[in-house]
Design a protein around this ligand. Structure first.
Ligand code: ADP
Length: 571
């Protein structure tokens, strides 16, 4: 509480929170202001923390989570109490499930009125519980600095994830003397709250090398964890020293260029179906990797899992688990491999098999892509977008991708050349992340253009955030694949459409020909409506060189494409 009778000037709690955030290295925040956190946002701004104000906490939360992934430092979301906190749970859970560092800070109702039906009252600590690694309520201004440092430390340590800081409105109205504030800040900063990660032993490294050496068909798989560890140089070194082919997960794409001669992406089924030793770096053996089980993987495959999370290793029970930071572990592996080099070489039967399959599949895909199909299917516009993106060179744009067909086709066709330049629906397959991710990417990587390739359904979840793009003049081009619905046109059997509401639109349908390009024009951004290759090429050339907020509304045949093969049996 405020010290009475002191000569030191006093500061309010909003300023103290902002000071603690700034001291801890926070330089960006995302959120929606309102009672009781508006002053907090303004105080943060005044200390040089950029505050990006959204329309909806859901998108702001997705932005904060992606900012954490792209920078490796916790993204911070600020929300109001009650419903603001509930909307923010979308971002917080997204951070947790993707293992990205993020902190949500919410104002909450006055402590003395809790339980009496106060304005926007909610037990927010209970509400966030399933989604966080750590949460804390600052019950007094004196607890603010340590609470801020704690949530940020926990979010970024071990397996990254979401953390939560609750600040009741009565605490936000407290004051403290400046000298006491500085003392509290110094104390919080000096306190180390996190246990260091244990590191792997020399023997474990030697065991890994021996397993790799004995393998006849080894494979390196890497994912978001390797990306957040910034392990790209070490992965390149490992791949090039050993000559082992690699397979990135969807967001691992780009850690090594997709066009690398040892990229097995276009021979995915062969690579995972036949490999006998898989070195999996920062990727969970979950649904995205078919749980590491037959029939997609061979029964005999031995996994070497490199993961920062001991529980992950315990869960998967691999042949060998190496617990720790991927970058450090790969460095150790590379060092020991150097003393006794081995490389599979191009004529090795495994490499030949992978290379031949890649060539065969790529040439089949290129044959499909070469056709100009109008009205557009998914492939023709995706090829045109791919070529325009490649034409940009380096720094490559950050590609944001969501939707069913749009994301699936985009994953195969778009080429990722640089690390952390692909953001998609992720571990949960979350729709609605697109605009938040675009904003995070533009803020995190101001030198890069951001190009979103989205289905109309994914876009619709957060389309109002195009105003945010325009307001902050972010270099984001959103390309909407508009096929008029969740999977496109009404695909029901006419005989199944019965009952009193049979004349309603199908649950999968949107207004046909929706003018999404006009949405952004309402705010002063640039909109394009395109339906053939020339129109698309011209819109891409103009918008990519302008580097201003734009929406390109691409008319797609409503009956082109289908649900992703992997998911069809679930729908
Ligand atoms: P993907 O979706 O790309 O397959 P996942 O999100 O399933 O990736 O898995 C990422 C894994 O990376 C998680 O198990 C997480 O614990 C792990 N991880 C996170 N940071 C690191 C790091 N610095 N080093 C090693 N592993 C990490």
């Amino acid at each position: 509480m405020a010290e009475l009778g002191s000569n030191s000037p006093s500061i309010d709690c909003n300023l103290l929170v902002a000071k603690a955030l700034a001291r801890a290295g926070v330089d960006r925040m995302f959120g929606v202001v309102g009672i009781p956190v508006t002053s907090l946002a303004n105080r943060a701004l005044s200390l040089g923390i950029r505050f990006i104000a959204f329309h909806n906490e859901q998108s702001a939360g997705y932005a904060a989570s992606a900012y954490g992934y792209l920078t490796g430092r916790p993204g911070v979301l600020l929300t109001v109490s009650g419903p603001g906190c509930v909307h923010g749970l979308a971002g917080l859970s997204n951070a947790g499930v993707n293992a990205w560092p993020m902190v949500m800070i919410s104002g909450s109702c006055d402590q003395k009125d809790f339980g009496r039906g106060d304005f926007q009252e909610l037990d927010q600590i209970a509400a966030v519980k399933p989604f966080v690694k750590f949460s804390v309520k600052a019950k007094d201004i004196s607890e603010i600095p340590s609470s801020v440092f704690s949530v940020l430390d926990h979010a970024g340590s071990g397996r990254p994830g979401g953390c939560y800081l609750d600040i009741p409105s009565d605490v936000l109205h407290q004051t403290v003397t400046e000298s006491e504030a500085n003392r509290l800040l110094d104390e919080a900063e000096s306190r180390i709250t996190i246990e260091p990660i244990k590191s792997v032993t020399y023997d474990e490294i030697i065991k890994a090398i021996s397993l790799i050496r004995k393998a006849e068909r080894p494979l390196i798989v890497f994912g978001k964890g390797a990306a957040i560890a910034r392990a790209e140089d070490e992965l390149k070194c490992l791949v090039e020293k050993t000559g082992i082919p690699f397979l990135p997960t969807p967001m691992g794409k780009g850690l090594l260029p997709d066009v690398h001669e040892l990229a097995a992406t276009a021979a995915r089924s062969l690579a995972i179906g036949k490999c006998d030793v898989a070195i999996v770096v920062g990727a969970r053996l979950n649904w995205l990797l078919h749980f590491g089980e037959p029939p997609k993987w061979s029964k005999e495959v031995k996994f070497i899992l490199i993961d920062i999370d001991e529980d992950e290793i315990k869960l998967r029970k691999p042949e060998l688990g190496l617990i720790g930071d991927a970058k450090k572990i790969l460095k150790m592996l590379n060092k020991e491999i150097k003393d006794d080099p081995f490389c599979l070489g191009r004529s090795h039967p495994w490499i030949e098999a992978i290379t031949n399959k890649v060539k065969e599949n790529v040439s089949r895909m290129e044959g499909q892509l070469a056709k100009d199909v109008v009205p557009f299917n998914f492939l023709t516009p995706m090829r045109i977008i791919r070529d325009a993106i490649i034409g940009l060179g380096s720094p490559a744009p950050v590609v944001v991708s969501e939707g069913a067909n749009t994301m699936d086709v985009g994953r195969s066709v778009l080429v990722q050349m640089e690390p952390r330049t692909r953001l998609d629906a992720g571990t949960w397959g979350t729709m609605g992340v697109g605009l938040g991710y675009c904003i995070a990417a533009a803020v995190a990587s101001p030198d890069r253009l951001v190009v979103a390739v989205e289905g109309d359904s994914g876009f619709g979840f957060s389309a109002m955030e195009v105003e945010t793009l325009v307001r902050y003049q972010l270099p984001v081009v959103v390309i909407v694949f508009n096929n008029g619905g969740v999977y496109g046109g009404d695909r029901r059997n006419p005989e199944d459409i019965t009952g009193p509401y049979k004349d309603d639109p199908a649950p999968t349908s949107f207004v046909p020909g929706a003018a999404y390009h006009l949405l952004i024009e309402a705010f002063g951004g640039k909109g394009y409506l395109v339906g053939n290759p020339d129109e698309l090429k011209s819109a891409l050339t103009e918008s990519f060189s302008a580097r201003k907020p734009a929406v390109i509304n691409v008319t797609i045949d409503p009956y082109a494409g289908a649900e992703s093969g992997r998911m069809q049996h679930k729908n």
